[in-house]
Design a protein around this ligand. Structure first.
Ligand code: ZN
Length: 130
């Protein structure tokens, strides 16, 4: 058994519960509600290995939260949209592309430095095991 491989444009999704927003007096306070996170994976892919015509996603592949969180306090380490990264922490240990583990639905990913987050692979023609 395995799970679909992740390919270019597949997303890391989740909700972020760690962010700080400006409080009534301007000091940082925890965001009153978790913020949605969705990062299409577009960098650090294994460009020489295609699944369904798309470069496959591997360990360390990354993407930026789109659209970015807005309204964060300037002291929040993820206040800059470019800091709002999703990244594959670990792919398969047995299925490699360009020497790195292939990412698949349910593998370990991170959003704004938090786990858990979710990845759903759309490369359904290639099933990858942990
Ligand atoms: Zn976040």
């Amino acid at each position: 058994m395995g799970a679909p491989a992740a390919v270019a444009g597949d997303q890391i999704t989740g909700v972020c519960a760690i962010h700080q927003v400006p409080g009534p007096t301007g000091t940082p306070v925890p965001s009153p509600a978790p913020l949605p996170f969705a990062a299409p994976l577009v960098t650090g892919l294994a460009a020489s290995v295609l699944v369904g015509g798309q470069p496959v996603v591997v360990a360390s592949s990354a993407g930026t939260n789109t659209p970015p969180h807005v309204g964060l306090h300037v002291s929040d380490p993820f206040a800059l949209p470019t800091a709002q990264q999703g990244q594959v922490l670990a792919g398969s240990v047995t299925v490699l592309a360009e020497g790195r583990g292939v990412a698949y639905s349910g593998c370990m990913v991170v959003q704004c430095a938090q786990v858990p987050a979710t990845i759903v692979g759309s490369g359904t023609s290639v099933l990858v095991g942990p």
